[in-house]
Design a protein around this ligand. Structure first.
Ligand SMILES: C[S@@+](CC[C@H](N)C(=O)[O-])C[C@H]1O[C@@H](n2cnc3c(N)ncnc32)[C@H](O)[C@@H]1O
Length: 189
């Protein structure tokens, strides 16, 4: 017998991951910064999304539930176990958007990707954000949104990245504080 709930599969999987993270911390974007990510996705309506740092699929599900079935998310994860679990969570969440998980080092994978991205969510090694961005930059459409997590608590490790999006003239960039942390949202000019 299945129990009917008003929650979608995606919402249910997101809540379960949040609950798991309360018991054993997981570095997911979480519900507060996640709300901003979902809002940006709803505003941008991207067709092709790049995510750097899948972990177990929380943010991919969060983004994918806002998109339609024409949209695709390519998400890169260096660790096999996490990538595998992400695959299972994404199937359970049953989101409209297609999600392709690539297991590998984003520094090697990004140069091999085809197509032009409308949205780039960066959430892996903090001191590599600038390299992820520079590798993806040629594949970002004009107007593409680059959303970087942890721009508050890890600002020191991301200094080159933050200097670049704020001062290179290639992006219009803003920082949004959320509690002790924050996100940097940069639009490719
Ligand atoms: C903060 S977690 C991602 C959280 C996820 N975006 C979420 O909010 O649910 C960072 C992830 O990036 C992965 N990672 C670290 N360096 C990487 C790299 N060079 N390429 C791909 N993934 C990487 C880690 O294994 C980890 O799973």
């Amino acid at each position: 017998m299945s129990v009917q709930t008003s929650m979608s599969n995606a919402d249910e999987v997101l809540r379960l991951i949040e609950q798991a993270s309360e018991k054993n911390f997981l570095p997911i974007i979480g519900p507060h910064k996640g709300k901003i990510l979902a809002e940006e996705i709803r505003k941008a309506k991207p067709q092709y999304v790049l995510e750097v740092g899948t972990l177990i699929g929380y943010s991919a599900i969060l983004m994918g539930k806002e998109l339609d079935d024409e949209a695709e998310i390519v998400t890169i994860e260096i660790h096999g176990d996490e990538a595998e679990l992400a695959g299972k969570n994404i199937v359970r969440a049953n989101i409209p958007a297609k999600v392709k998980i690539i297991r590998g080092d984003a520094l090697q994978v990004i140069p091999t990707l085809m197509g032009q991205f409308d949205f780039d969510f960066i959430d892996a090694e903090k001191n590599e954000y600038f390299q992820y961005l520079k590798l993806a930059e040629v594949k970002l459409r004009k107007g593409a949104v680059v959303f970087a997590d942890n721009a508050g608590i890890f600002a020191d490790q991301m200094k080159d990245y933050l200097d670049y999006v704020r001062h290179s003239g290639k992006y219009q960039s803003r920082y949004i504080q959320v509690g002790e942390d924050g996100v940097e949202i940069s639009v490719r000019l």
